[in-house]
Design a protein around this ligand. Sequence first.
Ligand code: BGC
Length: 717
Amino acid sequence: MFKEYDIRAKEILKGMTLEEKIGQLNQSVLPGEDRLEEYKDKIRRGEIGSIILTTSATAGNDEQKAIVVEHLNSLQKTAMEESRVKIPMIYGRDVIHGHHTVYPIPLASAASFDPELVRQCYRCIAEDATSESTHWTFSPMLDLCRDPRWGRIIEGPGEDPYLASRMAEAYVKGFQGDDLSAPDSMVACAKHYVGYGFSEGGRDYHRTEISDYTLYNYVLPPFRAAVKAGAGTVMSSFNDINGEPVTSSKKYLTDILRGNLGFEGFVIADWFAVSQLKRQGLAEDMADCTRLALNAGLDMDMADEHYINTLRDLVLSGEVSMETLDEAVLRVLRVKLAAGLFDNPYVEAKKIDRAHHVALSEKLAAESMVLVKNDGVLPLRKDQTIVASSPFFDDRRLLHGSWALDGYLGASTPSLREALNEVVGQGGGTVYTCDYGIHDNSTYWLAHADTVLLLLGESHTVTGEARCRSDISLTPDQEAICRKAKATGKKVVGVIFCGRPLALESVEPYLDAILIAWHGGTRAAHAAIKTVFGDYNPSGRAPVTFVRRTGHIPLYYNVTSSGRPVDGYYGEHPEFCYTDSPASPLYPFGYGLSYTTFEYSDAKAERCEIGYEDIINGEKLKFTVKVKNTGDRAGKETAQIYIRDLKASYMRPLRELKGFKKIALEPGEEKEVTFELGYEELGFYLPDGSYTLERGLFEIYIGKDCLAGKSFEVFVK
Ligand code: BGC
């Protein structure tokens, strides 16, 4: 996809000086108005290839300068008209889950189990962000994560490589569209390559220990999918793997990324990551950092200006070869050409259909709601009296979640209080809101209330980059509200707004229903409240395991079997788990309820044996199952298929998701769902990165979540 721009890129390269080449690998930070002239001088000299449109290290949590399109157009004009080589700059910003319209956090998008809807939403995000000069987004974040203490779990696709891969494709296709050179397409950046989600202890920026076997089978698949879907760039990650910083690793950046995954675009460093090589103990000085990073295959330096300051001398002394430099520059040029920047370097004002974006944002937020408990209480009737309590009735910013740099706040993001009054008002009911806690003065209302509604969870300020938590349960005051609410004897509904799968064991007994609403974006409040009152039927599924309590971390569904009966995820054992707690999850991967009920029947396998050569040559095993809506409401069910490779040369997981289908069913309606498994689904990677399928027996599980019972055994002969 990018190699086809090689001839033109090489022609451009031929006309470039050493300094101009180095400039293409330099990404500077967004200048304020006071520095525009200084930047123009640098641009005239060809010293800036890209600008990151942020100004601080943790952009997802800090206030960022708003983008001024005229400034960016005028800087670009300098590049196009006053520099010698006339190469456009590429502008990048963290457009993670929305621009002005904010969509649910990526972990919630994954919970929708609806890649096509996600693709549509990310197409709108691209349209929104490109209209304000952002050619390139530092998204999608594809870090598989088994530790919800890590604040950045909100940005990623959860714990499963298959779901993550389908989401990766959706994000990339959404951002980049069918034609990357179209003005409303933006270059995607698969990050953080690689292994950052395995930060030890869930502490951000920490070291990781990842075997090649785990890397290939769990960590790399979403990156492989993003590369295959055409992602133009990849961001290297801060972490080291087994003592090797990714920033300076030829193994990860060149051999695996370009060799094994076939990546053709360019690699950008994470923020100041090149300079961090010194702190990581690999480099002595700035030049050493540059030498190690560029020689490893890291093409563009983000923000710390190490390349621009030291690369010239390194090339002249031969420590970095001209060939290595040229290759990096060519990669950058190819992406700029593919993105159409040479033909369309400027942004023109255009009209955005915001109503459409907002509607899609609400749709995705609604589809991502995960109903994890419902003792016959939800949905609520709108004509009743509700006593509602929340610590964040009016906190619009929280609803957006972390990494929403440009989200429109104010009235365009309705608050929970506004949504609640509006929705209950429509049905003629009454809401009494207690700002925090069930106050004494609510006694009168409690006596008359039919239901207590608690809108709880965590703030966006404890999620995202450098926002890890050592305890992921609800705060003690929120636990106290749950207890107090239960003591009223009324039915209690808990809606949990969060950026991670919180550990809810301590409040679960006090809540008759629990709806996980995540941080849902611009329309989070309406999506959640309308779900509570039955305008939407929840259909999200857990994209990650919900542990009972923090001490259970890590707990993930696709674990290998042990030699002893300690498979806590799939069943309790009195001797071989914790002495003080059941070892199983509170809510397993893939789990989620609906207001209606679904029945699976008539599971059939077209055949239960397949020849080894046949499957390698593309033949597949086909399975069908009937799914019926047996309740009295329309709803959506996500049928899932898991496999277990019973005997292989390496231990294989107890379950691996290999397909899912989300289907809409009217009451009484039945549909047949088909799954196919072939070479790609039944094989696995060996530690040397080669892919293998081994003969033998596989178990197949089809059902509602990862605890689905065994449906078939199939044999690869
Ligand atoms: C984060 C990246 C982000 C970059 C630029 C870093 O601190 O790790 O995810 O893209 O900053 O804002």
